[in-house]
Design a protein around this ligand. Structure first.
Ligand code: HEC
Length: 114
């Protein structure tokens, strides 16, 4: 329970930190960027997972050896717990492989895999 709370706090601190600092103009997409509208909804969690997670967790998220399967992870962990693992890492899994909205979308998507 404590660990989960820490993960939540840590996650919010990261988000606040990312938005709070000055000089983030460079991170803004150009005004004429083709997808400057609705870019938040354009995250495809499945694709993010394909690019960042399957090297360890298996092409179909079936797991292998020491890497746990993720295709049923929703039956073991809540969305918040999965988000915590992504933020903080776990065992041999490094922290912050993905961050922010991508991590949110992936945690939600995985929590529905039961
Ligand atoms: C470098 C290899 C590696 C990568 C890349 C990786 N993981 Fe992991 N992951 C692991 C290992 C190893 C564990 C088991 C850690 C332990 O409990 O000892 C794990 C555990 C997890 C768990 C907990 C599963 C459970 O049943 O307890 C989740 C959730 C998870 N990973 C999600 C992800 C997501 C999402 C990504 C992509 C953003 C990802 N992982 C990328 C190695 C990796």
């Amino acid at each position: 329970m404590k660990k989960q709370l820490m993960a939540l706090l840590f996650g919010s601190a990261l988000v606040l930190g990312a938005c709070g600092g000055g000089g983030d103009e460079a991170a803004e997409p150009p005004a004429d960027s083709p997808d400057s509208s609705g870019s938040e909804t354009s995250i495809d969690p499945e694709q993010v997972v394909q690019q960042n997670c399957i090297s360890c967790h298996g092409e179909n998220l079936e797991g292998a050896g020491n890497f746990p399967a993720l295709n049923d992870v929703g039956s073991r962990l809540s969305e918040e717990e999965i988000r915590g693992v992504i933020d903080n890492g776990q065992g041999a899994m490094p922290p912050d492989i993905i961050e922010g909205e991508e991590a949110d979308a992936v945690a939600k998507w995985l929590s529905e895999k039961k």
